[in-house]
Ligand binder design. Structure first.
Ligand SMILES: Nc1ncnc2c1ncn2[C@@H]1O[C@H](COP(=O)(O)OP(=O)(O)OP(=O)(O)O)[C@@H](O)[C@H]1O
Length: 274
């Protein structure tokens, strides 16, 4: 069974803004998929459709066997525990220690508010420390989060996502705010943890070379349309760069107007492009 399945999914925010257009997608468990596309192409929307933050305008999104659009609140709550999220802006609480920030990842499975590290059950603190250790930051567990570097803060955010023991990790441009060295470290960490925990990862990126290096599969988005879906090993730098090219923008728009975009893009874009 697919970990994630999208059938004819469209997300329309307004008459002019269609962030996902008739997307079909099957994601196998334990795979690492990268979403590539220009700003505004619909990457975040796709991730938010998968974790239930957006409901599709039409079509269906099924995650770990639950159809997100029709799920009851309790089912959605359960599903959100199985789907960890990492964002470009790390969304840590700067004044809190790194360990407490990681503990907040368990809030979805705890009742009531928590204030202070020791308001969390010992088992959660223990799990948080283990995850902090995995990302190489156990020594900084009592340090305020806002004193860490960007790369370190993103590693804390990864640990926070892992503390809920997810089956799926969605990462929305996790390295867009980082320098190249920290970007590689964070991508390497996510890939290593995904392998160890058999996680299904979907990660949006802007960097073609990171996508080719770390992804098993690359999905290209353009104006909400899936315009590429290939094994990363089969995608050259030039292929991937075409997702961003101006010529492709006009081809995609023309195909959209003609209503037969998939066939036209395949014809004009070569074997790797759909
Ligand atoms: N909540 C919303 N309400 C209205 N329009 C939205 C909303 N979220 C996204 N959009 C629009 O949907 C389109 C796709 O946006 P989305 O954020 O999914 O793109 P993206 O590829 O993730 O962009 P970026 O790389 O800049 O994060 C854009 O035109 C955006 O303005």
């Amino acid at each position: 069974m697919s970990a994630i399945s999208l059938e004819n999914v469209t997300k329309r925010f307004s008459a002019d803004t269609v962030a996902a257009r008739d997307i079909n997608l099957e994601i196998d468990p334990g795979t690492f998929t990268v979403l590539l596309g220009l700003s505004g192409s619909g990457k975040s929307t796709l991730l938010r459709l998968i974790n239930g933050l957006h409901k599709p305008t039409s079509g269906s999104v099924t995650v770990l066997g639950t159809e997100v659009g029709t799920a009851r609140k309790t089912q959605l709550r359960h599903l959100r525990r199985e789907v960890g999220m990492v964002f470009q802006q790390f969304h840590l609480v700067g004044s809190m220690s790194t360990l407490e920030n990681v503990c907040t990842g368990a809030l979805g499975s705890l009742r009531g508010p928590r204030m202070g590290l020791f308001s969390y059950p010992k088992a959660v603190r223990q799990r948080a420390l283990e995850q902090l250790d995995r990302v190489g930051l156990a020594d900084q567990r009592f340090q305020r989060a806002d004193t860490l570097s960007g790369g370190q803060q993103q590693r804390v955010a990864v640990a926070r996502a892992l503390v809920q023991q997810p089956k799926i990790l969605l990462a929305d441009e996790p390295v867009a705010s980082l320098d190249p060295e920290s970007s590689n470290q964070v991508m390497s960490l996510i890939a290593q943890i995904a392998r160890e925990d058999d996680l299904t990862v979907i990660c949006s990126l802007h960097q073609v070379e990171l996508a080719r290096h770390w992804g098993d599969r690359i999905i290209g988005l353009r104006q909400g349309v899936k315009v590429m879906d290939e094994l990363a090993a089969d995608v050259s730098s030039d292929d991937a760069m075409r997702i961003y090219s101006a010529q492709w923008a006009s081809e995609a728009a023309a195909a959209e107007r003609a209503g037969g975009q998939e066939e036209q893009l395949a014809a004009s874009g070569g074997a790797n492009l759909r």
